[in-house]
Write a protein that binds this ligand. Structure first.
Ligand code: PAN
Ligand code: ZN
Length: 194
């Protein structure tokens, strides 16, 4: 039997529509335009946005970290609407360090998740009440394709880890750009849109 001292405490977090998780101690990280350097198609357009106040593109709220490696964790990401050149606001994107799955659950706004296993590319739409499953081994990036903010919950094993370097070096094989009032996914021949 596991000793009592080894058990984490259950808790409930209540989403208030803002960045608060109710009474749960929260850490907040912010990704600004300058943090996307090297990841976007139009670095010149990015430089202009960095000079022009370097606004936040997205922020991530999560419960303060726990010491238990076998727990599930969650994070609430909010991506503001906007473009960098033609490319829609997006997360940096990463691959999990360990072969760990994840789920994104849509809360607000219209977006999608670009996934790549470095042979195939997938685009899965993310809207309120969508559940996007990310199997182990697939790098992933969320994109806000709407005109309002995109907000979703990510649920993942605590020990998944984030490898940003692989996505920075290899890209995801597709980019998502504004097209009229909507969007278009530009990618290779193996791109599947669902
Ligand atoms: C998410 C992401 C979050 C921010 O919680 O970490 O949306 O994206 P980047 O980490 O790519 O900046 C997740 O996928 N966790 O594993
Ligand atoms: Zn992840």
């Amino acid at each position: 039997m596991v000793s009592m001292a080894a058990l984490a405490n259950p808790f409930v977090a209540i989403l208030d529509g803002g960045d608060s998780l109710g009474d749960v101690a929260t850490t907040m990280s912010v990704c600004r335009y300058s943090d996307l350097a090297g990841l976007v198609a139009d670095e010149a357009a990015l430089a202009v946005l960095v000079d022009d106040g370097d606004r936040a593109v997205y922020r991530v709220a999560k419960p303060a970290s726990s010491q238990f490696g076998d727990e599930l964790r969650f994070a609430v990401t909010t991506i503001e609407s906007g473009v960098i050149g033609e490319e829609l606001h997006m997360t940096k994107g990463h691959l999990h360090v360990l072969p760990r799955a994840e789920m994104y659950v849509g809360l607000e706004g219209l977006g999608g998740v670009l996934l790549s296993d470095f042979q195939r590319v997938r685009w899965l739409e993310l809207r309120p009440r969508s559940i996007v499953t990310i199997p182990p081994g697939w790098a992933h990036r969320a994109v806000n394709v709407g005109h309002e903010r995109l907000r979703f919950i990510a649920i993942y094993p605590q020990d998944a880890g984030t490898d940003y370097a692989t996505v920075a070096a290899r890209g995801l094989g597709a980019r998502v750009v504004r097209h009229g009032d909507g969007y278009r996914v530009l990618g290779g021949d193996d791109l599947e849109l669902t």
